[in-house]
Design a protein around this ligand. Structure first.
Ligand SMILES: [Zn+2]
Length: 416
């Protein structure tokens, strides 16, 4: 089985131009003694909105690795795929995020539920289980999640069939199971039941993405009770560590946090917990890189600044369409969005300060930032013109991409 490193970050790269700048951030982390794998993730939805293919993502990743000479580990993630969408990803990816959130709560075969409860009758009283579970809660969790687990297993087997086996007759890919894109969080006890069921189905899950409590809006900080989140996260970490041994799941099993980018108020606490428990972590923070492209363009002034303003205007004008696919994960106060005509009169530093995620800066505008976060499709529509601007202002863009990934993400998470 291809094994994921203890620490890894899903960086994403919407337009496939920031690989070198992202790798530079991982080099900085390595200079500080922290090894982390870089995972280029792009969801089916993002490919569809931008008009790219999984092969493009693979080519961009391989090119960046070759050009940089980076010898650390890296993966390409088929992010949020299911049975209906996985096929086109299979040849190009070595990390598969099997998203079964839509199947949560679908009625599982009663016979399967009874067999599961019988097999795992001892689970509530299992030695060391780091979560409170009784027979009734276990039955409720089995009824709620077994169908979704079955769907994950089908998708996993589909990937296996399409990719064949690695040189030692094992999987040549990393399997993640995600249940984060749903309304109701999973408790640590439910996580234990889900992991038991995945083990029963023979899914060698290495990263598991539950839905955590609180709001994970796109491009802005966590909204919720940080202390309560960290308590829940700590319990989830211990459940995952315990389950890897108890159910014979891979030793590399760890939590995956689909952050929606930039959950700065959580990072130090998350880092402290994983170091305390000796646990690994996968954290996806994909859209933050696209936002830094816009910040970098604005900072470079001239036609770079004009391009950043044009992107804002297009996103603003198309706000309903741009926001629709992400409606449940943004909280944009439309009254706080300046008009594009007003923004056109701004100097570069004003636009940079509005978009750059520095919460202590009174000019920072979370509504603008969320709108631009989900507005990448307007840049895709500009096609070559947008990519040319990135190339022309590469120095400013890559400086911002590297600094953001290292100083705001890798360092607070992984450097004590
Ligand atoms: Zn997700």
């Amino acid at each position: 089985m291809k094994t994921i490193e203890k620490y890894s970050i899903g960086t994403g790269d919407r337009f496939g131009r920031q690989g070198l700048a992202q790798i530079a951030a991982f080099k900085k982390a390595r200079d500080k003694g922290v090894s982390a794998a870089i995972v280029w993730n792009k969801s089916n939805r993002e490919h569809n909105l931008i008009g790219t293919q999984p092969a493009d993502q693979r080519a961009a990743a391989d090119r960046a690795i070759k050009e940089s000479g980076w010898d650390g580990s890296y993966h390409v993630d088929a992010d949020h795929v299911g049975l209906a969408t996985v096929d086109r990803f299979a040849p190009h990816c070595d990390f598969f995020t099997l998203d079964v959130a839509d199947f949560i709560g679908k009625a599982a075969d009663p016979g399967l539920v009874e067999a599961f409860l019988k097999k795992h009758a001892d689970l509530p009283s299992a030695k060391g289980l780091p979560a409170a579970l009784d027979a009734a809660a276990m039955r409720a969790a089995a009824v709620r999640y077994l169908f979704a687990v079955g769907e994950a297993a089908k998708t996993y087997r589909r990937v296996r069939d399409l990719r064949g086996l690695g040189p030692r007759g094992e999987d040549d890919f990393v399997t993640e199971v995600s249940m984060d894109e749903t309304e109701t969080p999973q408790s640590p006890a439910e996580l234990a039941v889900i992991l038991a069921a995945l083990a029963d189905e023979g899914v060698p899950v290495q990263t598991i993405a539950p839905k955590f409590s609180g709001r994970f809006n796109k491009g802005v900080d966590y909204v919720g009770d940080v202390g309560a989140f960290l308590k829940e996260f700590d319990a989830d970490v211990r459940v995952a560590l315990w389950a890897s041994t108890a159910f014979g799941l891979p030793k590399s099993l760890k939590l995956s946090v689909h952050s929606g980018s930039d959950k700065f108020s959580l990072y130090k606490g998350i880092g402290a917990i994983i170091r305390k428990e000796g646990a690994g972590l996968h954290l996806k923070t994909a859209g933050t890189t696209w936002l830094e492209e816009i910040v970098g363009l604005a900072e470079s002034g001239g036609d770079g600044l004009a391009m950043a303003k044009e992107v804002y205007r297009a996103a603003y004008d198309d706000i309903d369409e741009v926001v629709a696919p992400y409606a449940t994960v943004v909280d944009i106060d439309r009254g706080k969005l300046p008009s594009p005509d007003a923004v056109d009169k701004w100097e570069g530093p004003a636009l940079v300060a509005a978009l750059r995620h520095v919460q202590s800066d009174p000019r920072f505008n979370p509504s603008m930032r969320q709108l631009v976060h989900v507005g990448f499709r307007v840049a895709a529509k500009m096609g070559g013109r947008y990519l040319d601007a990135l190339a022309k202002h590469e120095a400013s863009v890559s400086r911002n991409v590297t600094l953001n990934l290292f100083e705001r993400h890798l360092a607070p998470l992984f450097i004590a």
